[in-house]
Design a protein around this ligand. Structure first.
Ligand SMILES: C[S@@+](CC[C@H](N)C(=O)[O-])C[C@H]1O[C@@H](n2cnc3c(N)ncnc32)[C@H](O)[C@@H]1O
Length: 253
């Protein structure tokens, strides 16, 4: 029996918000087996739901993996575009966008409450230079961002995946850098930060070894936190536990 005629077929899931984030189709025809995130069931507050319903059609982007984005059209100007992967609740993103209106921030996460929160912050701060993408950043980079399109890439406090058997889920690895290097234009900065010491060492090792990135630090080490990066929510939690925070700033050559 064809699926369409099957009376036991489960109805397609309706999206939680009529015009809000759509289910990420990346898992179907753009399959990616190992993911750097764990889908979370988190409560969406009324304020976040309201922001998504009103603002997603304006500032939201569903990662469908089906087209290359025209970033000038997306932002309505040709300012440089920086991709931030994993913005969490978005407070640091909103602050950086407000501090630097001449730079567009394409912020991607899979976390619905954070998407609602960032949209709210963008509206409150009258920020016109933030767009919020829903889905897997790898699909976004691989399928939807043109070569040399990005002026920067920010990965702040990516999930550390501390257990050895989960290390393959860590975002910052050679294959990711191969992909990122093609989407970043020469001279673009890849900026990572982490409070997880072994991950910091791994980041430094793979970035230093990569032929298309060069450390901005002449001593080849970690960088002090640059003034433009605010403290993030995850960073605060790490600092409360006594963790040491490391920044890494590498140029795409
Ligand atoms: C540990 S949190 C850090 C959040 C924020 N940067 C901070 O410092 O507070 C990492 C975030 O990255 C997101 N993330 C991880 N892998 C991702 C991917 N492949 N695509 C989109 N988001 C991802 C997770 O959903 C999570 O919100």
């Amino acid at each position: 029996m064809s699926d369409a005629l099957n009376p036991h077929r489960r109805p397609a899931r309706t999206p939680r918000f009529p015009d809000g984030p759509q289910p990420d189709p990346a898992g179907s025809h753009h399959e990616r087996r190992i993911r750097s995130f764990q889908p979370r069931r988190s409560r969406v507050t009324a304020g976040q739901a309201d922001a998504i319903e009103r603002l997603w059609p304006l500032w939201g982007l569903d990662i469908d993996g089906r087209r290359t984005l025209d970033l000038t059209e997306l932002f309505g100007n040709d300012h440089p575009v920086v991709l931030e992967i994993g913005f969490g609740m978005g407070e640091a993103t909103a602050q950086m966008a407000g501090d630097d209106p001449g730079t567009n921030i394409l912020a991607v996460d899979v976390h619905t409450p954070g998407q609602g929160n960032l949209l709210n912050l963008a509206e409150k701060g009258r920020l016109t230079n933030v767009r919020v993408a829903n889905g897997d950043a790898i699909i976004l980079l691989r399928e939807m961002i043109a070569p040399d399109a990005l002026a920067g890439l920010r990965v702040y406090f990516p999930d550390p995946w501390p257990k050895k058997r989960h290390h393959k889920r860590r975002l910052i690895q050679p294959e990711f850098l191969d992909l990122a290097a093609t989407r970043l234009r020469p001279g673009a900065v890849l900026h990572c930060a982490t409070d997880w010491e072994p991950y910091a060492e791994q980041m430094l090792e793979v970035l230093t070894a990569h032929p298309r990135f060069v450390n901005t630090r002449s001593d080849g080490g970690f960088a002090p936190r640059p003034g433009f990066r605010p403290l993030t929510r995850f960073e605060g939690q790490g600092l409360d536990k006594g963790h040491v925070v490391r920044d890494l700033l590498f140029l795409r050559v």
